[in-house]
Design a protein around this ligand. Structure first.
Ligand SMILES: Nc1nc2c(ncn2[C@@H]2O[C@H](COP(=O)(O)OP(=O)(O)O)[C@@H](O)[C@H]2O)c(=O)[nH]1
Ligand SMILES: [Mg+2]
Length: 447
């Protein structure tokens, strides 16, 4: 999983938002703090972290709420948009002119993942119907030739290299001619990157690119470097106008968020991400989608539509009553109806990216049961509805008779009420005293 740690931390920050029924300044501050913590742990630059959370704080309680959008949806969207904004906002694809030789040259310091990425991209584009070939211009690292050759063979793409040739510029030139002859449309040129620091790297890049005139130069940076990756990206951006970036090793790197944001901050477009050692572990970088995934939400449109359909209003009165430990039978019915209104609960949760699981016995309450309970309740006095505790066996018999049901049904209703009340108390305790709603269920007051 890409940036798992950061994703988890951001997701749990949002869960708190969904868990609270009152959304006020205090809550937004807490959310901003949580986001700050998550980003700092991911090695995102402090100034950037502050800029991100400032924007979230400023916009979260923005008075001009678009029609039909709840405060929660709005805040999620603000967080989402802000992250996407700082990741570069738009997707920049690799341009390939079909039927022509498109030369893409990879640069980056040794070990950053160039050769692996060349292998992955060759496979990626080959699969998409673009005739792709790879050139090894790494005359420096022993084994570089066979490493790329093997990768190319595994994906069945043309390979060119020459173990005897020691001049990287000559290698690149010969390889390019060879690939053109073979009618390759996308030529990926792998270089050595033997320099550990930016200046040497840039010089090597200039020498080769002067000779072969690549259409695009891609800097491969190691995502485990964290915000340090930004330094490389900056030097690179200043050195070439035809540059784009691939950030690798974002799988399981705690600092990947820092790397991505620092690289994005240089303004150089990130085109792909390396997400594993396997040959298919490469993906085009789409900041909006990526931010959504980080937040644990794959589909913001679906989310907004679904929550709007359910449009559950926060009921402040009910919240207050619950806080005082008052939970009448009518409250219970109202809650159950709201749950039902949301449709298959699991689906909604999934869309919210939340894994909150309703206790089985509540999720499984059937429509018929609820109808029956309403009939039973119609035979109760107001006092009984408000204080179901007073309903002992003689009352149970009277209510069953009056509603034409069985005493067992009445007892079941009372048991259900007790269980829900217990659950509410437990949730209340686990929320550290904040007035709140049911974790994971937007707008359900005090459940
Ligand atoms: N986990 C992970 N490892 C990667 C990724 N990309 C490359 N590597 C590993 O990083 C190491 C260096 O990669 P290589 O392609 O040889 O780097 P080069 O020196 O720039 O050509 C190898 O062990 C790769 O398997 C990635 O996205 N995720
Ligand atoms: Mg290499």
């Amino acid at each position: 999983m890409v940036l798992e740690g950061l994703g988890k931390a951001l997701n749990s920050a949002l869960k708190k938002l969904f868990g609270a029924s009152i959304i006020d300044e205090e809550l937004v501050k807490e959310l901003a703090k949580d986001i700050q913590r998550a980003l700092l742990v991911a090695d995102v630059d402090v100034t950037l972290v502050m800029a991100i959370t400032k924007r979230v704080e400023e916009q979260a309680l923005d008075e001009s709420l678009p029609r039909g959008i709840s405060r929660r949806e709005h805040i999620v969207k603000v967080v989402w948009d802000t992250l996407a904004f700082y990741l570069g906002e738009k997707t920049v694809p690799l341009t390939i002119n079909p039927g022509k030789p498109n030369l893409v040259m990879m640069v980056g310091i040794q070990g950053s993942g160039k050769t692996t990425t060349v292998g992955k991209l060759a496979r990626y584009f080959q699969k998409r119907g673009i005739k792709t070939g790879v050139i090894c211009a790494d005359n420096f690292r022993p084994g570089a030739y066979s490493q790329l050759k093997q990768l190319a063979e595994r994906s069945n793409v043309p390979f060119w290299g020459d173990e005897e040739e020691k001049d990287a510029v000559k290698l690149a030139k010969k390889g390019y001619d060879e690939m053109r002859k073979r009618g390759v449309e996308l030529i990926l040129l792998d270089t050595s990157g033997r320099h550990r620091e930016e200046t040497g790297l840039i010089k090597e890049m200039r020498d080769i690119s002067k000779a072969v005139k690549p259409q695009e130069i891609v800097l491969v940076v190691d995502g485990t470097l964290g915000q340090q990756a930004g330094v490389q990206a900056e030097a690179f951006r200043d050195a070439t106008a035809i540059g784009s970036i691939i950030v690798t090793k974002l799988d399981g790197s705690a600092k990947g968020g820092g790397a991505l944001s620092a690289v994005a901050a240089t303004g150089a477009p990130i085109k792909f991400l390396g997400t594993g050692e396997g040959m298919d572990a490469v993906e085009p970088f789409n900041p909006t989608k990526f931010a959504g995934r980080l937040l644990g939400m794959s589909d913001i449109k679906g989310l907004i539509e679904k929550v709007r359909e359910a449009q559950i209003e926060v009921d402040e009165d009910a919240t207050m009553r619950f806080m005082k430990g008052q939970f009448s039978l009518n409250d219970m019915m109202a809650q159950l109806k709201q749950l039902k209104k949301m449709g298959p609960i699991g689906k909604v949760m999934e869309m919210l990216g939340l894994q909150y699981k309703l206790p089985d016995d509540i999720a499984q309450i059937q429509e018929e049961n609820m109808k029956k309970w309403e009939v039973i309740m119609s035979s109760m006095t107001k006092n009984e509805l408000d204080n179901p505790r007073i309903i002992k066996s003689s009352r149970i018999q009277r209510i069953a008779r009056g509603s034409g049901t069985d005493t067992r049904d009445v007892r079941e209703l009372l048991k259900q009420h007790q269980q829900m009340q217990k659950m509410i108390k437990q949730m209340g305790r686990s929320r550290r005293g904040r007035r709140g709603g049911m974790p994971g269920i937007p707008g359900l007051p005090g459940m």
